[in-house]
Design a protein. Structure first.
Lengths: 448, 191
């Protein structure tokens, strides 16, 4: 039974895992701000996420080898690199410098996580016993990341997201005196990578849900980062609430299959949103949160509890999850970018047609056209608000009804075009997550 | 139902149910508003409800869009600025001047059609032909559309006077609006 101080130490170690893994998604809600500040593109700015996750996935396996020989020094060194690189992210003068700092941050983060997992396994005696702690911290970190990032972006700035991570250095004394024996070797037996494959594919789906949803809410529907942060909090809240459902979900393999199906269903439902309202995204998000809470712990435990004589599967699990995130972003960002261009052109033509064909005096239409063009210019790439343009022009007497009809028609076209642009990418995310059902289903068949 | 299948079936049912509800309330039904074929004749009743000059502007856009094999709306957006025209021309693989020529040809044809139909008189035809042949096309289309519904020669000259590139008579130069100059007299006024 761990003492109170050992429990606090383990929680702080898990906290470092959670904070580093939160960095894989924390910047999501700040991407629009970063895009505008550096005059970048959707694909260009997606590298702020991709670079971090790619380096984390690649670096964590070599880091886990170092962790087995020198976990305390590695954890402290990783944390120092991570915190200093976070500071560099906060003051980066260009998008290239920001991506470069994110690469260093991920390398430091990988070392921190690998060593924290090894130290937790030593503290608990076995990797299998440590997995629930760091697994939960990681899942909460990834899920809470976007909401925390949105909050900081709205209240302070996107740079604050990185600046607030520098005080992690205060945790350095936590491991100064700890002397922990090596953990028990893991079980021997046939190696099974199906849990990792399932984790990778579900993580790609989760990334799809967060990355696409955040851009839809902020750029498509014009929500502030704070409002978008509150909206996407539905996923972690649903995941937390799912604790009460998990115990009724049957055997672990059934829970994982149910979780996979719910995640796929939630992503697919986001592709069929019937309107442009944040409330309509809540039900799919609840399904996704529930699904992740059911599937991820089962898959993580299946991976770590399987053949693992050297205790390296924890790192492989994280590598698989973040490789999945990279695959998700690399596939979805270009699909979204292309859909946005197509739908923007369609919406421009539609609104122009509505304006030209409106039964209003031509000079009123021209003044409206100028006012709408002004709104588009001031929106700086975001979805324009047409209401101020209509408010700025006085409709001729007797034309009020036609004027209001035109305003409603144009608003409807813009909102529906923006929502429609995300349908394809959400379906692509659902298809990637659906592939996870194969290894999850086979896992269940094997266990039976 | 076995305990093993209960949770997966519940998750599947919840997913299908949610998607069905969203589809029932119009999910995935978005289609952009109809954009008419510019080569097909417009509804005559619709055009009659517009001012003569707006009808000329819209008719010119239709004619030019048909010739360039694009929609009227694409062409309208392309005429909003020189940069937009250049981008549009590059997309079509033609020179910006060819876009301008197409719109100018459409404008001349629209003036011919309105004159033949007796919708405009001699001075209006002359002024409009000057605009069609010499004015910057984007500005000319906007100016024609901006005319108020009274279709008067005063409005026409006031609006077209904004186009600095043209040498049109001012209202004051017209000796008597009840005794408008003939086409020949106007041609002497115009360069």
């Amino acid at each position: 039974m761990p003492t109170r101080s050992e429990t606090v130490r383990d929680i702080l170690l898990a906290l470092t895992v959670g904070v580093v893994l939160a960095d894989s998604s924390i910047v999501t809600l700040a991407l629009p701000e970063i895009l505008r500040e550096y005059d970048s593109t959707v694909v260009g700015v997606s590298w702020v996420l991709t670079a971090f996750n790619l380096v984390l996935a690649l670096a964590i396996l070599p880091a886990s080898r170092l962790a087995r020989s020198r976990p305390r020094a590695g954890w402290a060194g990783g944390l120092i690199v991570f915190a200093l690189a976070s500071l560099c992210c906060a003051v980066a003068p260009s998008i290239e410098a920001l991506v470069a700092a994110r690469v260093v941050q991920a390398a430091g983060g990988a070392l921190t996580i690998a060593c924290a997992i090894e130290l937790l396994a030593r503290s608990r005696g076995r990797h299998e016993l440590a997995a629930p702690l760091w697994g939960a911290a990681g899942t909460i970190g990834v899920a809470v990341g976007p909401a925390a990032g949105g909050l900081l972006t709205e209240l302070l700035s996107w740079q604050a997201i990185f600046a607030v991570q520098v005080p992690l250095l205060l945790l350095l004394p936590v491991m100064a005196r700890a002397r922990l024996p090596r953990p028990e070797p893991g079980a021997t037996g046939p190696r099974d990578l199906r849990p990792e494959l399932g984790l990778a594919l579900l993580s790609a789906g989760l990334t799809g849900a967060l990355f696409l949803l955040v851009i839809l809410l902020t750029e498509g529907w014009g929500l502030t980062p704070l409002a978008a942060a509150a909206t996407v909090s539905a996923i972690p809240l649903a995941a937390l609430a799912a604790r009460f459902v998990v115990r009724h979900a049957g055997p672990p393999a059934s829970a994982a299959l149910a979780g996979g199906l719910a995640t796929v269903g939630g992503l697919a439902a986001l592709a069929f949103l019937p309107g442009a309202s944040f409330a309509l995204t809540l039900q799919p998000q609840i399904l996704i949160g529930l699904g992740l809470a059911l599937a991820l712990p089962v898959l993580t435990l299946a991976a770590v509890g399987g053949r693992d004589p050297r205790g390296s599967r924890a790192a492989e699990t994280i590598a698989a999850r973040h490789a999945g995130i990279v695959v998700g972003i690399v596939i979805l960002a270009p699909v979204l970018s292309s859909q946005l261009v197509d739908q923007r052109e369609a919406a421009q033509q539609s609104t122009t047609a509505l304006l030209l064909d409106a039964q209003l005096p031509a000079d009123t239409k021209l003044r409206l056209g100028d006012a709408i063009a002004g709104q588009i210019a001031s929106a700086e790439g975001r979805l324009p608000e047409v209401a101020p343009a209509f408010a700025a022009v006085t409709p001729p007497a007797g034309s009020e009804a036609e004027y209001a009809k035109l305003e409603g028609g144009i608003e409807d076209q813009i909102e529906r075009a923006a929502t429609s642009a995300f349908s394809g990418p959400f379906l692509a995310a659902a298809a990637i997550a659906a592939l996870a059902l194969v290894p999850i289903g086979l896992l269940g068949a094997r266990r039976r | 139902m076995t305990e093993r299948m209960r949770a997966p079936i519940a998750a599947l049912a919840a997913s299908i149910g949610l998607i069905a509800v969203y589809l029932a309330f119009g999910g995935a039904s978005y289609e952009p508003a109809d954009v008419e074929d510019p080569c097909a004749p417009r509804d005559a009743a619709l055009l009659e409800r517009r001012g003569t000059f707006e009808a000329i502007a819209l008719s010119s856009l239709d004619g030019a869009a048909c010739e360039l094999q694009v929609t009227r709306e694409e062409l309208t957006l392309a005429l909003t600025s020189e940069e937009a025209t250049a981008d549009f021309a590059a997309t079509l693989g033609i020179e910006p001047e060819e876009v301008e020529q197409a719109v100018r040809a459409g404008l001349v044809r629209a003036v011919d059609d309105q004159a033949a139909a007796g919708q405009i008189d001699g001075i209006e035809e002359s002024v409009l032909r000057e605009v069609a042949e010499r004015a910057p096309v984007g500005a000319a289309i906007s100016a024609l559309q901006a005319l108020p519904g009274d279709d008067s020669i005063q409005s026409l000259l006031e609006q077209l006077g904004e186009l600095g590139e043209l040498d049109l008579p001012t209202i004051d130069e017209l000796p008597n609006l009840d005794d408008l100059p003939s086409r020949e007299e106007l041609e002497e006024l115009l360069p």
